[in-house]
Design a protein around this ligand. Structure first.
Ligand code: APR
Ligand code: PHB
Length: 383
């Protein structure tokens, strides 16, 4: 269920293992491929997409980075991933470009990806053969499956279809959001710049040598109409200011406000229904982990399914939730920590501010602390 990163990576991984799958998606292919989302790929995600044979365009158009900058009190401090992680880095390559590559690969290999389906529902996932019902081009269809992978995101139907009382939800909603822009401006830094500022967090990221992606901490219910492009640039200049450094402006081609939450549901499976990606967990974007965590889940699921189809054994499938949740909570910890270290919280007092600045000072001046950040940022091992 769902043609996001989780659903498409899983479907192609299964194809490469000789296992048939069908992807049902309620949006159009165009919509899915135009949706502006994240853009940072961990080393492990890059390696997997390359192994799967869908990494060519990523390699030629993506930007490899071996560090990020933490900026506070007007000064930048580089975290050197290559030195701190034994050579690992990250790839800047937009999520919707990854989806284009995966859709092309699925369809080029005869993959069944049904877009624009309606009235989707899932049934009997506690029985041997769960079913997906949907409407497509005016007629009703029913798919009988061995397993259902619920890769339909946070607002999908798979998680809510699990009976009351089975799942435990863990949630934290942050008292702020991000105002994000996409601008036709050459990135003003070679690497991402995470900034702690009195007026709130700011992030300089990018998509290409011509397209910048920038974010400002704002109220979760901020009205984007109250933010003129001039006001946005002015605020970015203020928060990102650093001696001898200048922010290059350009036409803003997209802007929006997103809320921030941490969310985990346990377990991530029920009978023959397996939740993966945003349908099971949401991380605040400060650690750039959403896409990578979705990919990690389906890597674990694909291995367990391969084991089942080659040996008939369900052991790995039965441990799917346990294996994923260990990593999910570590990634939640990291994303929550980055968020707490870099954002201003309503109601905080000057003590908190001093503590945050001391944490930034420690992380940027202790090799041990910088290494912790680096190894989490480039991606923790799968298991
Ligand atoms: N029926 C069919 N498809 C559905 C339904 C439904 N009822 N509900 C949602 N979908 C589709 C969505 O349109 C979307 O394309 O499921 C897909 C879920 O994809 P994502 O939300 O991208 O979730 P996931 O694949 O888990 O990837 C998580 O994507 O959104 C980013 O920040 C997020 O980086 C994270 C990553
Ligand atoms: C992005 O490029 O969109 C991006 C980068 C880093 C983050 C979040 C988003 O932490």
């Amino acid at each position: 269920m769902g043609a996001g990163p989780a659903g498409l990576v899983l479907s192609h991984l299964l194809y490469l293992q000789g296992i048939d799958s069908v992807v049902v998606e309620n949006r159009s292919r165009q919509y899915v491929e135009d949706r502006v989302r994240a853009g940072v790929l961990e080393q492990g995600t890059v390696d997997l997409l390359t192994e799967m044979g869908v990494g060519e365009r990523m390699k030629s158009e993506g930007l490899i980075h071996y560090g990020i900058e933490l900026r506070f009190e007007g000064r930048g401090h580089r975290i050197d991933f290559r030195d701190l992680t034994g050579g690992k880095g990250i790839m800047i390559y937009a999520q919707h470009e990854v989806l284009k590559d995966l859709n092309n690969a699925r369809l080029a290999t005869g993959g069944q990806v049904y877009f624009e389906v309606e009235n989707v529902s899932v049934h009997d996932f506690n029985d041997a053969y769960p079913k997906i019902r949907y409407r497509k081009d005016g007629s009703d269809h029913e798919l009988t499956c061995d397993f259902i992978a619920g890769c339909d995101g946070f607002h999908g139907i798979c998680r809510p279809s699990i009976p009351e009382g089975v799942l435990t939800e863990y949630e934290r909603v942050y008292p702020f959001g991000w105002l994000g822009i996409l601008a036709e401006a050459p990135p003003s830094s070679d690497e991402l710049v995470y900034t702690y500022h009195d007026r709130g967090f700011a992030l300089l990221s990018m998509r290409t040598p011509h397209i910048s992606r920038l974010y400002l901490q704002c109220d979760p219910n901020e009205n984007i109409d109250e933010w003129s492009n001039d006001r946005i640039w002015q605020e970015l200049h203020t928060r990102l200011a650093s001696e001898g450094w200048r922010l290059t402006e350009g036409p803003i081609v997209q802007k929006g406000v997103t809320g921030m939450r941490s969310f985990v549901v346990e377990p991530m499976q029920y009978g023959n229904l397996f939740l993966a990606g945003d349908s099971a967990h949401i991380v605040p974007p400060t650690g750039a982990k959403g896409l990578n965590l979705a990919v990690a889940d389906v890597q674990v699921l694909a291995r367990a399914l391969e084991r089942f189809y080659t040996t008939g054994k369900r052991c790995q499938l039965n441990k799917y939730s346990h294996n994923c949740l260990r990593r999910v909570w570590k990634v939640q910890r990291f994303s929550g920590w980055m968020t707490s270290m870099l954002h201003r919280f309503p109601g905080e007092d000057p003590f908190d501010q001093r503590r945050q600045l001391a944490e930034l000072d420690y992380v940027t001046n202790s090799r041990a602390a910088a290494q912790t950040l680096a190894e989490n940022y480039v991606g923790l091992p799968l298991t």
